[in-house]
Design a protein around this ligand. Structure first.
Ligand code: PRP
Ligand code: MN
Ligand code: MG
Length: 179
């Protein structure tokens, strides 16, 4: 796996301390409320697991699976629901947790989808965001790191379903995706 990586972009330690900062902010902002944390499968599994363990506000978790990428490196722009929530959103404070906002297509679609179900609020937390790649403008309350427009893997993020288990965020060597 080592020769597939170009470099480590964000270390385990950097992720851990940034998530602690986001969790502290979330605790402040949601004081006195219950949060329904919605993790977006599969990429958000790691950030979800680590972030909720740092949040002290009462919360429940649910999962949604959507996919816009298939096996390539480019967003198709077509968002499909592969698994829907099991929770009624009526009156709930929803916090969507994502690993990355790339074009923004997935989240802008998902946010309006969840907003149409009658929640009290919908906010977004993402570990990574690529400002240069954004094709739609969405307001994001909690951002871990803004990164350059390069293909990243690890800590939940895949290339053709691989590398999700890396404990850090890295960039892929161009030869891996035919560059
Ligand atoms: C990736 C990533 C985000 C989305 C971001 O998911 O986890 O959910 O793409 O891209 P966008 O901002 O351009 O829409 P993917 O569709 O690859 O599914 P996965 O989480 O199962 O890997
Ligand atoms: Mn995803
Ligand atoms: Mg993916």
């Amino acid at each position: 796996m080592g020769e597939d990586l170009q470099k480590i972009l964000i270390t385990e330690e950097q992720i851990d301390s940034r998530l602690a900062e986001l969790a502290a902010q979330i605790d402040k902002d949601y004081e006195g409320k219950d949060i329904l944390v919605v993790g977006v499968l599969k990429g958000a599994v790691m950030v979800m697991a680590d972030l909720v363990r740092k949040i002290h506000t009462p919360l429940t978790m649910d999962w949604m699976a959507v996919s816009s990428y298939g096996s390539g490196t480019k967003s198709s722009g077509v968002v499909r629901i592969l698994k829907d929530l099991e929770t009624d959103l009526e009156g709930r404070h929803v916090l969507i947790v994502e690993d990355i906002i790339d074009s923004g297509l997935t989240l802008s679609w998902l946010k309006s989808n969840l907003e149409s179900r009658g929640p009290a609020s919908v906010q977004i937390a993402t570990l990574l965001r690529k400002p240069e790649a954004a094709t739609v403008d969405i307001h994001v309350e909690y951002v871990g790191f803004d990164i350059a427009n390069e293909f990243v893997v690890g800590y939940g993020l895949d290339y053709a379903e691989k590398y999700r288990n890396l404990p850090f965020i890295g960039t892929l060597a161009p030869h891996v995706y035919g560059g």
